[in-house]
Write a protein that binds this ligand. Structure first.
Ligand SMILES: C[S@@+](CC[C@H](N)C(=O)[O-])C[C@H]1O[C@@H](n2cnc3c(N)ncnc32)[C@H](O)[C@@H]1O
Length: 218
């Protein structure tokens, strides 16, 4: 990954953090916002394919394999997360059904037409990326049926939390920033790409959107 933010992602999401995320997942199961996302997808994933962008330690794919998912492609900007996700898939006997790509999805998708699937998920990912239009636009164009998103709620209080969060995060990595994108921009972009919002849930900090394709993609 070449951009500063991407280098920040590679450093921040390291092996130590990935192992901790996996431990938490094994002990407590998926976090609440991810559970909402999974509740949208479980009954739609039988014999379907998943493109999990920024899939981290692979919680979405591990859970959906149990619900009948046939294949997953994980694209992630952090090599440590891919390694931990791969080992967990091996432990669960699903490694033959997952394909991994390391890098910025926007760059990788531009050069690889095969990066597409029935379902595309971005669980807490668009908040790591400055150009939401590019990342989500590119992701939406690769979804045959649905796109599931977890991203921060917006509004004045959350914008303040973004500022405070970014003040502290620069002590961990000077190149990494988090972004709170306006909900209206996310919804408008998805609608302009031929999707309709069919599911919405919220936690204290996150919103979970499910979009269904209503006009054929290119
Ligand atoms: C906060 S973590 C979330 C991981 C996982 N989805 C979860 O909810 O536990 C953000 C993840 O998005 C990945 N990411 C961010 N921007 C990306 C991009 N443009 N392309 C690929 N991966 C990206 C990071 O590498 C990281 O694994």
């Amino acid at each position: 990954m070449s951009c500063c933010q991407c280098q920040g992602i590679e450093r921040l999401f390291d092996t130590k953090l990935a192992k901790r995320e996996l431990r938490m997942y094994r002990w407590f199961g998926p976090r609440r916002s991810t559970s909402h996302l999974l509740s949208f997808l479980r009954d739609k994933c039988e014999n379907r394919t998943l493109l999990d962008i920024g899939g981290g330690v692979g919680v979405v794919q591990h859970e959906l394999f149990d619900a009948g998912l046939s294949k997953a492609i994980q694209v992630d900007g952090a090599s440590a997360y891919i390694e931990v996700s791969r080992k967990e898939a091996e432990r669960r006997g699903n490694n033959e059904r997952v394909e991994y790509h390391h890098g910025d999805f926007v760059d990788l998708a531009a050069g690889d037409e095969e990066l597409r699937a029935d379902i595309v998920s971005l669980d807490r990912v668009i908040c790591c990326y400055p150009d939401m239009q590019k990342l989500l636009g590119s992701a939406a164009s690769r979804a045959h049926q649905s796109v599931a998103l977890v991203f921060p709620r917006d509004g004045r209080l959350f914008k303040l939390a973004e500022k405070i969060g970014n003040f502290f995060v620069r002590f961990f990595d000077p190149d990494y920033k988090m972004y709170i994108h306006a909900t209206g921009d996310v919804t408008s972009l998805m609608e302009s790409r031929g999707f309709a919002l069919t599911g919405l849930k919220r936690t204290i900090a996150w919103q979970v959107h499910l979009y269904k394709r209503i006009t054929p993609g290119v």
